[in-house]
Ligand binder design. Structure first.
Ligand SMILES: [Mg+2]
Length: 433
C-alpha cells in the first residue's frame, strides 16, 4: 500500500497547476480508486490514444468521498492525492485502456473524452511538460488579448479587477475599439513569429526571424485576421531600418532610452522549443532581442525571463526558477555588462507600474505571478497596474500559463481567443520537436 502524500502538497506550485483539473469523475472498485480527468488538449497524436488512470490507493473509508446517488464526486483531499500521483511522485499509477475499463465492470461515470497515454512516471512528466508548454503559449496570447482593451488606462480608471474580461464593462472606454475582443496584439504575433522561426532554425537564424517580424508589420503575419493595430515606436523604427538596409544586427537603436519591453514580450518561445541547456536559452533570448532592442539591458532582461520560464517548463516553481535564472545569467555576464544586469535586479525594489520600460515591465509581470495563485488572478493583477496592460499581462501570462498548465486557463477565455487554428498548428509543431 502506498504511503499517503503529506498534507502540505497543495503549496507546491507544480501541484497547484494540476489541481486546476475540475469535473473529474471518480470510479471506485473493491481495492482501488480511479479518477478520470477531463480532456486535456493535447496534440492529435496523443489524443488518439485514449485511456484513463488507475490509482491503487484506497481511502480508509470510500464513503468519505462525497457521493450523490450513483455519481461519486472527488473531494478535495482525494483530488490532491490523485494530482500528487500525476506529478510522478507516486509511481503507482498505470494506464488502463478503455476496453479494460469496461471489461473490469467498474462503475463508469464518464464526462467527456478521456485522453492521455500514461504508462510510466517518465511519461507522466512528459505529458505534464506538454501541458505546461501549451499553457505557456496560450497564457501569453490570452494575457495579451485580455489586456488589449485596457491599454493606456491609468490604474484608477480601470474596472474593478473582477470585472476585467475580454469584453470590458459597457461604461468603460476601451482602447482599440475596432479590434474584436479576444484578438492578440503585436506581443502575441511577434512571439508566434519567433516560435515559427525557432521551429525552423533551432539556434535562431536572425535574418529569417527579422524577415518574419517585417512580414508581420507589413502583411499581418501571425495575426488572427491579418490586421496590425499596434506597434511600438522603437520596433517600428528598427523594422523600417531593417527594410532599408537588411542587417538585423545594426537596425536597432542602442542608446539608454531604447529599452522598451518590445523584445521581452516575445521572448517566451526561447524557453518552449526543444531540449536545451540554459546557455542556449540565454543565447537565443539575447539574439532575438537584437533586431529591435539591442541594448544590453533589454537583452539581459530577456535572458533572465527566458531562463526562469525554461526552468518552470521543467516543473520548477517561479521562485526557484527566478533564483536559478539570476545566478545563471550573472555567471554568463561579460564584465562590461554587470552594471546593466544590476540595474535590472535593482528594479525589483521599485513599485510596479506596468509601464513600457523593460525593467519595470519584467518585475511588474513577475510580481503578478508571485503574488497570485491562479492564472486568472495573475493576469488581472497585471492589467490592474494600468498603462501597457496587454504587454504586462502577456509577459505575466506566459509564466502563469506554464505554472498552472493549460487547464489552469479559464475556458471562457480560451473560447474567446481568436486565431486558435494558428496556435494549434504551432503547438503541434512544438510538441513534435
Ligand atoms: Mg500589444
Amino acid at each position: 500500500m502506498a504511503r499517503e502524500p503529506p498534507d502540505s502538497i497543495g503549496v507546491d506550485s507544480s501541484v497547484r497547476f494540476s489541481i486546476a483539473a475540475t469535473n473529474c469523475t471518480v470510479q471506485y472498485g473493491p481495492d482501488s480508486v480511479r479518477l478520470i480527468q477531463p480532456p486535456v488538449r493535447l496534440s492529435s497524436r496523443v489524443r488518439r490514444r485514449r485511456c484513463c488512470c488507475e490509482l491503487n490507493w484506497l481511502p480508509s473509508d470510500p464513503r468519505s468521498l462525497n457521493q450523490t446517488g450513483n455519481r461519486p464526486r472527488a473531494d478535495a483531499r482525494f483530488l490532491r492525492v490523485f494530482q500528487y500521483s500525476l506529478m510522478g511522485r507516486r509511481p503507482n499509477v498505470r494506464a488502463l485502456p478503455l476496453s479494460e475499463v469496461d471489461r473490469l465492470g467498474w462503475t463508469t461515470e464518464r464526462h467527456g473524452t478521456i485522453v492521455g497515454h500514461w504508462t510510466s512516471e517518465k511519461n507522466f512528466m512528459a505529458l505534464d511538460k506538454i501541458a505546461r508548454t501549451r499553457g505557456g503559449l496560450y497564457g501569453l496570447l490570452i494575457g495579451d488579448a485580455l489586456g488589449v482593451p485596457y491599454e493606456f488606462s491609468t490604474p484608477d480608471s480601470l474596472p474593478a479587477r473582477h470585472l476585467i474580461e475580454m469584453s470590458p464593462p459597457d461604461d468603460f472606454s476601451r482602447a482599440h475599439s475596432s479590434v474584436p475582443p479576444g484578438t492578440w496584439s503585436d506581443d502575441g504575433a511577434q512571439a508566434l513569429v519567433l516560435l515559427d522561426s525557432l521551429l525552423q532554425y533551432a539556434t535562431l537564424d536572425l535574418r529569417h526571424f527579422t524577415n518574419g517580424l517585417l512580414d508581420w508589420y507589413r502583411y499581418g503575419f501571425m495575426t488572427p485576421d491579418g490586421t496590425v493595430f499596434d506597434i511600438g515606436n522603437q520596433t517600428r523604427y528598427a523594422l523600417e531600418n531593417f527594410a532599408r538596409h537588411g542587417n538585423p544586427l545594426t537596425c536597432s537603436p542602442v542608446d539608454d532610452w531604447s529599452n522598451g519591453n518590445g523584445s521581452l514580450m516575445r521572448t517566451l518561445p526561447c524557453a518552449l522549443v526543444g531540449a536545451l541547456t540554459p546557455t542556449e536559452v540565454v543565447a537565443r533570448a539575447r539574439q532575438q532581442s537584437l533586431p529591435t532592442h539591442a541594448h544590453p539591458r533589454s537583452q539581459l532582461a530577456c535572458a533572465l525571463y527566458a531562463v526562469m520560464a525554461w526552468r518552470m517548463v521543467d516543473g520548477e516553481g517561479p521562485v526557484e526558477g527566478l533564483d536559478f535564472a539570476q545566478d545563471f545569467v550573472e555567471s554568463t555576464l561579460d564584465p562590461s555588462e554587470r552594471s546593466e544586469f544590476f540595474t535590472i535586479l535593482d528594479g525589483r525594489l521599485d513599485p510596479s507600474k506596468g509601464s513600457g520600460y523593460v525593467v519595470d515591465s519584467l518585475w511588474s509581470a513577475i510580481r503578478s505571478v508571485l503574488a497570485t495563485s491562479d492564472y486568472e488572478s495573475c493576469v488581472r493583477l497585471a492589467i490592474s497596474l494600468g498603462n501597457d496592460t496587454d504587454t504586462t499581462a502577456c509577459i505575466a501570462g506566459g509564466l502563469a500559463g506554464i505554472l498552472y498548465g493549460e487547464q489552469g486557463i479559464p475556458d471562457r477565455w480560451r473560447q474567446a481567443l481568436k486565431g486558435e487554428v494558428i496556435v494549434e498548428e504551432m503547438l503541434a509543431r512544438v510538441t513534435e520537436v
